[in-house]
Design a protein around this ligand. Structure first.
Ligand code: SAM
Length: 270
């Protein structure tokens, strides 16, 4: 297979990557034939897959707008993905040009492409790191250069937790991040959920597709997601299907469970 210029030499382009599959669901062009084949297998199992990616991106945009309008000026976006329409720095810096953003992803394509679009933006950076290494993220020179943890920081972990296995102890990872945050900081989570969709067989099929990729899928129910906000005060309306989180119009929240993603925002109390 021909390797395009933007693909780092280090990546295995024969193995589907969850970052590049997500790019495909969103209509992006940073993906290869094996990514597209896996994404299409997922769309056979779960025909709503592109819709869920779009609903999740729309949630991310509304949350960043809400946080920026609430006065947050620092964002740490972990599992940020291959840049697409409405990236965190674009929304935050539109509201407040002095907003600072650090993107974090394990995927070299996501990091390389983010670096390219952030070129010349001295208030945003990207690092290659793993959510499972919160110490490494918090201590990274780019993070400490751009973010001041004595002031509120919004940590975004959007559509990533379902790639974190229970044995990797997501509650401890998020707890470590929470301990670093000043009052007035926020945590945003979204993740694939089968809440109320049990028995459709979609979950088993989706898990089967993702076992062939670089990350397995770990579906969680609403109660598990609520528990992961331990130490944060949930902002209204709590943990809901993502289209139900402060929708722009009542119609946009219809059939919300088709989005497959549940999400919410928590705040560190004063
Ligand atoms: C479904 S995409 C979500 C992108 C973006 N956050 C969004 O919601 O549109 C998931 C991203 O998480 C990244 N990812 C998966 N596991 C990760 C980990 N352990 N640490 C950091 N990033 C991870 C993948 O590379 C991918 O870019």
């Amino acid at each position: 297979m021909q390797r395009p210029d933007w693909a780092p030499d280090t990546i295995d382009i024969e193995r589907p990557s969850v970052a590049r599959m997500y790019d495909y669901y969103l209509g992006g062009s940073h993906n290869f034939a094996p990514d597209r084949a896996a994404a299409r297998a997922m769309m056979t199992a779960v025909p709503d897959a592109p819709l869920m990616a779009q609903a999740n991106r729309a949630f991310l945009r509304r949350v960043v707008q809400f946080l920026a309008e609430s006065g947050v000026r620092q964002f740490l976006d972990i599992g940020s993905g291959i840049p697409t329409v409405g990236n965190v720095h674009e929304i935050a810096q539109r509201v407040a040009p002095d907003s600072r953003v650090v993107y974090v992803d394990v995927d070299p394509v996501a990091v390389a492409h983010s670096r390219e679009i952030l070129d010349g933006n001295d208030r945003a950076a990207v690092i290659q790191e793993d959510l499972r290494r919160p110490e490494a993220i918090l201590g990274h020179p780019e993070v400490t250069r751009l973010l001041d943890f004595s002031q509120p920081v919004a940590v975004m972990v959007v559509a990533v937790l379902h790639f974190i296995a229970p044995e990797d102890r997501p509650e401890l990872i998020l707890g470590r991040l929470r301990d670093a945050l000043a009052p007035g900081s926020y945590l945003t989570l979204s993740q694939a959920s089968d809440e109320g969709r049990g028995g459709t067989g979609e979950r088993a099929e989706a898990e089967r597709v993702y076992r062939r990729t670089d990350s397995q899928l770990w579906i969680r129910g609403r109660a598990e997601l609520v528990d992961l906000f331990a130490g944060f005060e949930l902002v209204e309306p709590g943990v809901v299907w993502v289209p139900q989180w402060r929708p722009e119009s009542p119609e946009s929240a219809e059939d919300a469970e088709r989005s497959v993603f549940m999400g919410g925002v928590g705040r560190v109390g004063d």
